[in-house]
Design a binder for this molecule. Structure first.
Ligand SMILES: [Zn+2]
Length: 309
C-alpha cells in the first residue's frame, strides 16, 4: 500500500520541494523529479559524502518509480544503484530521450510532454542544463521537434527520429542488448546478479521483459525490441519455447546471439541449437564472469564503458 505522504520538505536527493512521511525508517519520499522512493536513516546521514552520486540515484529512483516500484536506497545498495546510471554515455542519454518520446507516441507527430526541469533523471542526465543541451542537439539535428506552443512542453519525433529508434537495418541500435530468458522467479538471480551487471559492465544496456511493465501486446514489444537490439543474450535454462523463438528471430536478422544455459539443464538443450557453443554456468557469479568476458571478447567494450574515467 502507498504510504500517506503528508509533510512538505525538500527532496533528499535533488533539493526540490517534495513530500515525505516523517518518523519512519526507511522514509518514503515523493518528488516530481526523483519519483517515489524510500531511503534508510543511516543512508540519509551519509549522503553528504557522496554528492557526485545524487543525480545517478535520482535516475535510479525515477526509473523504478515510472515502473510503479518504490526503490529503497540503503547504505548497502546506493553505490551499485548509482553505478547503473552514472556512466551512461552521451549517445545513450540521447537515445533515452528519443525512446521516451517513442514509447509515449500513439502516432507520427504525436506531442509528448517532456519538461527538462523535472524529467532529466529519466535520461540519466546530470542536470536540467545537460538535458536541455541534449534536446537542443537532437532538435538541431532534426531528430525531435516541438509543438508550436513551446509552453506546452510537447515534443515529437521527426521521421529521422523514428528511423533512429526503429532502424530498418539488421545492425540495430548500438549499445542495446535484448535478454531472452524464462520468466521464472528461480532465475531472477541469474538476471539481476549475472546477466544484467555483466552487460552493463561491458558497456551495453540490457533490455529484459522481466523489468518492463507494458500495456502493449507483449509479443509485438519483444519482436520490436529484438529488432532494435545490437545483440542478444539468450539463456536456455528451463528450455522455454519463447527463448528458442527469440534467439532464432535474432539470428535470422543477422544479430550476434550469446547462448547460455545452467549446467544442470545443459543436456536438455535442443539438438538444433546445441552446436552454437553455449556458455555452461553453475551459479550467477560464474555466469556473470563468463558472459562479461565473452561479450567483450566478441564485440569489444560498449558505448557506456567508453565514457567511464
Ligand atoms: Zn528529488
Amino acid at each position: 500500500m502507498s504510504p500517506n505522504l503528508s509533510k512538505d520538505c525538500d527532496c533528499i536527493l535533488c533539493s526540490q520541494p517534495a513530500q515525505f512521511v516523517p518518523g519512519t525508517d526507511p522514509i518514503p519520499f515523493d518528488c516530481p523529479r526523483c519519483g517515489r522512493f524510500k531511503i534508510t536513516f543511516d543512508c540519509m546521514a551519509n549522503l553528504g559524502s557522496c554528492e557526485k552520486q545524487w543525480p545517478a540515484l535520482s535516475a535510479a529512483t525515477r526509473e523504478s518509480s515510472e515502473r510503479g516500484k518504490w526503490l529503497t536506497i540503503s547504505l548497502g545498495n546506493y553505490e551499485a544503484l548509482a553505478d547503473e546510471h552514472r556512466w551512461t554515455s552521451v549517445q545513450q542519454k540521447s537515445l533515452k530521450i528519443l525512446e521516451w518520446i517513442r514509447t509515449r507516441s500513439s502516432s507520427f507527430k504525436h506531442e509528448v510532454p517532456l519538461d527538462p526541469a523535472t524529467d532529466y533523471p529519466l535520461f540519466d542526465a546530470f542536470s536540467q542544463g545537460e538535458c536541455e543541451a541534449l534536446m537542443q542537439h537532437l532538435s538541431e539535428n532534426s531528430f525531435i521537434s516541438h509543438a508550436d506552443d513551446i509552453a506546452s512542453m510537447g515534443w515529437y519525433l521527426t521521421m529521422e527520429g523514428w528511423e533512429a529508434v526503429e532502424p530498418l537495418s539488421p545492425s540495430g541500435i548500438p549499445g542495446r542488448c535484448f535478454v531472452a530468458m524464462a520468466f521464472d522467479k528461480e532465475l531472477d538471480d541469474a538476471y539481476y546478479e549475472a546477466i544484467k551487471p555483466a552487460v552493463i559492465e561491458a558497456g551495453y544496456e540490457p533490455i529484459c521483459m522481466k523489468e518492463r511493465l507494458t500495456n502493449d501486446n507483449i509479443c509485438d514489444v519483444i519482436l520490436a525490441e529484438i529488432r532494435r537490439a545490437q545483440f542478444i543474450v539468450a539463456d536456455f535454462t528451463k528450455q522455454k519455447g519463447g527463448v528458442y523463438f527469440e534467439a532464432g528471430f535474432a539470428k535470422a536478422l543477422g544479430k550476434e546471439v550469446f547462448w547460455t544455459c545452467r549446467q544442470d539443464d545443459f543436456a536438455a538443450l535442443h539438438f538444433d541449437t546445441n552446436h552454437y557453443g553455449h556458455l555452461k554456468w553453475s551459479d550467477p557469479a560464474d555466469l556473470k564472469g563468463q558472459l562479461g568476458a565473452r561479450i567483450v571478447a566478441e564485440l569489444g567494450v560498449g558505448p557506456s564503458a567508453k565514457s567511464r574515467p
